[in-house]
Design a protein around this ligand. Structure first.
Ligand SMILES: Cc1cc2nc3c(=O)[nH]c(=O)nc-3n(C[C@H](O)[C@H](O)[C@H](O)COP(=O)(O)OP(=O)(O)OC[C@H]3O[C@@H](n4cnc5c(N)ncnc54)[C@H](O)[C@@H]3O)c2cc1C
Length: 382
């Protein structure tokens, strides 16, 4: 067993870490405060080559493995979850289904642009009344001639309408035969008639990322914009979520790492009772717990990536990684705030933002409860 990262993986970590420290850290707090999506930062992330990095070069990617991409998400989340969310949603939820299920023509049409940072893509699954229960999807598609007419709405869609969003892959009900429901996925471009994108405001976390509502009012989609086959929607959804769970795991891990580093530094600088608070065993033990959880989370997540990169089944491990990394992000961020005392509750300190940003991780891409359902199904079928 070899736990060493390759030289390439180490180089990717260092490059993304330097970028995040230099370009994102100085502006993260202000963007969060203003709830502002930064086109400039997104383009810089694109210039660095992080969009579509796991795609073959012919589609504009770099042909890197899953672990490389996961390390990139982890390093952005170590500094700022909003930018990491843009990267993770675009790569896993946006580009992913196009790459894995698109025709060659669809891939050549969309993917090269999506690797530049000048265009973003989203995955619209969640609806106002269909969250955990995605089979409750009501948005419908009806065939008319060589077009599909889509009606319905989606909610909470990351990258759904940022200033550079150009499209979304959406899940619809395409046929209801008695009790049998069939799902199909469509590629929707923001120029399609009857399609409206509305940014959502008032988020507690990921405030500098774009979260939107999507509306389809007799939205006309050409037949060639079906993704995969008719009725293949559930398969596309499950596969997309398996990959997305690795990204959310990386966001939890990166956030926990960043919060831990802040707490460690602060504990050495802050003096009470005439000594650094790190000298108190209670504080040292908090830091031990944080570091141990992070170590476990990283091993679990990287193993899931290794399984995927070696073409082994990885869905159970992806769900475990998502569950564990997001839960420890909550615990580590909480301990980091505790170590900062009152200062941890003030916006001047980044740890306050980290404490808010972790909260989505136990909800998005399947709540912690749903991850446990998914994992238990694997356990009982083994
Ligand atoms: C910022 C943000 C970004 C998002 N980005 C996207 C995106 O890009 N694309 C997209 O499609 N969606 C996205 N989502 C939606 C997200 O995936 C859903 O919020 C999530 O799946 C939960 O659905 P819900 O909010 O409807 O909660 P509900 O499903 O209503 O769940 C409410 C509670 O009930 C529990 N629950 C539900 N069913 C069960 C059960 N069977 N057993 C036990 N407990 C259960 C849940 O765990 C939860 O605690 C995003 C959400 C947010 C907030």
């Amino acid at each position: 067993m070899n736990f060493d990262l390759s030289e390439e993986h180490q180089m990717i970590r260092q490059t993304v870490r330097d970028f995040a420290e230099r370009e994102i850290k100085p502006v993260a707090q202000e963007l969060d405060e203003k709830a502002e999506f930064s086109v400039e930062l997104t383009q810089k992330i694109g210039e660095l080559g992080l969009f579509g990095m796991y795609l073959p070069e012919k589609y504009g990617g770099q042909g890197l493995d899953t672990l490389s991409y996961i390390i990139a998400v982890e390093e952005l989340a170590r500094v700022d979850s909003s930018q990491a969310a843009t990267l993770a949603a675009h790569n896993s939820l946006g580009i992913g289904p196009l790459y894995y299920f698109g025709t060659e023509k669809q891939k050549m049409k969309y993917l090269p642009d999506l690797c530049t940072g000048n265009a973003l893509w989203a995955f619209g699954l969640t609806e106002p009344n269909a969250g955990s229960d995605s089979r409750g999807t009501k948005t419908s598609a009806k065939k008319e001639g060589n077009k599909w007419i889509i009606n319905g709405s989606k909610i909470f869609i990351t990258n759904g309408s940022s200033p550079i969003s150009i499209g979304t892959t959406v899940q619809t009900v395409s046929k209801v035969k008695g009790q049998k429901i069939e799902f199909t996925t469509f590629i929707v471009e923001n120029t399609n008639k009857g399609f409206t994108q509305i940014p959502m405001h008032g988020k507690m976390m990921w405030r500098a990322s774009d979260t939107s509502e999507l509306y389809f009012d007799n939205c006309e989609i050409p037949d060639q914009n079906m993704l995969g086959k008719k009725g293949q929607g559930s398969k596309i959804m499950l596969s997309t979520l398996d990959n997305g769970r690795l990204s959310i795991g990386a966001m939890g891990l990166g956030l926990a790492q960043g919060a831990y580093e802040m707490a460690l530094k602060y504990s050495k600088e802050r003096k009470q009772f005439g000594k650094p608070i790190a000298a108190f065993q209670t504080i040292a033990f908090y830091l031990v717990d944080m570091a141990t959880k992070i170590e476990l989370a990283r091993n679990l997540l990287y193993k899931a990536c290794w399984l995927k990169d070696n073409d082994r089944p990885f869905a159970k491990e992806a769900a475990m990684s998502k569950l564990y990394c997001s839960e420890i992000a909550k615990e580590v961020a909480d301990m980091a705030v505790q170590i900062h005392g009152g200062y941890g509750l003030i916006k001047d300190y980044d740890v306050e933002r980290f404490y808010r940003d972790q909260r989505l991780l136990q909800v998005g891409e399947g709540t912690s409860e749903i991850q446990k359902l998914v994992i238990s199904r694997y356990l009982f079928s083994e």
